[in-house]
Design a protein around this ligand. Structure first.
Ligand SMILES: [Zn+2]
Length: 205
């Protein structure tokens, strides 16, 4: 696996992060969670000398995808969405349905779709080499809300234990800047994130 290029972009009024991800030295990147400003996200890629070749959505809440249609039209790229939420997407863009364990080859990297529902039915995390982009499943020292329409607390518990089982060195890139640091690792989160202790069966006893 080549070295990763990752750009974390704080964006919009709700402390969201968009991400640009690809292989270092590759001419393209994927954009994860394109919300609030298509021009800013496209501009950030250009500043790094890269073009966006695809969009990946962790889930379809507006604060993660409210400019996806504008962006997909401006630069004409496919948009990967979990099959459980694909029907909520605009019909006039190139939607690619994902599911658990699908791998996507883009921007010189292999991206594995992990299904991590609970916040929404189609929430997914993207594992790219030693990085995982967790959307609103896992935050630094927190997790996404499970009291919204379509949320399921039990599914969230399962998803958190799936994320917890990743190797300790995997770097966690969350969908919002809600924690004490912009990113963390699975190993750190097992120590400091109460939702990761709670998804550990031993700690439930
Ligand atoms: Zn959300």
């Amino acid at each position: 696996m080549p070295n990763l290029f990752i750009k974390q972009i704080p964006i919009g009024p709700m402390m969201n992060y968009a991400y640009l991800v690809g292989a270092e030295g590759h001419d393209s990147v994927v954009a994860i969670d394109t919300a609030w400003s298509a021009d800013q996200i496209i501009g950030e890629a250009k500043k790094s000398g890269k073009r966006i070749s695809a969009v990946l959505l962790t889930h379809t809440h507006f604060d993660h995808c409210n400019v996806v249609e504008e962006l997909a039209r401006k630069i004409s790229v496919p948009v990967y969405v979990h099959e459980a939420e694909a029907s909520t997407m605009p019909k006039d863009i190139d939607i690619r349905r994902t599911k658990k364990d699908l791998t996507i080859e883009e921007a010189g990297v292999t991206i594995r779709c992990m299904h991590t529902p609970g916040h929404t039915p189609g929430s997914q995390s993207f594992l790219v080499d030693s990085a995982v982009f967790t959307g609103d499943a896992l935050f630094v020292d927190g997790c996404g809300r499970v009291d919204l329409p379509g949320s399921d607390p039990k599914d969230m518990m399962t998803s958190l234990s799936v994320l917890r089982s990743l190797p300790d060195n995997i770097v966690v890139y969350p969908g919002h800047n809600y924690g004490p640091t912009p990113m963390s690792t699975i190993g750190e989160q097992k120590k400091t994130n109460p939702y990761l202790y709670a998804s550990n069966e031993e700690s439930l006893m």
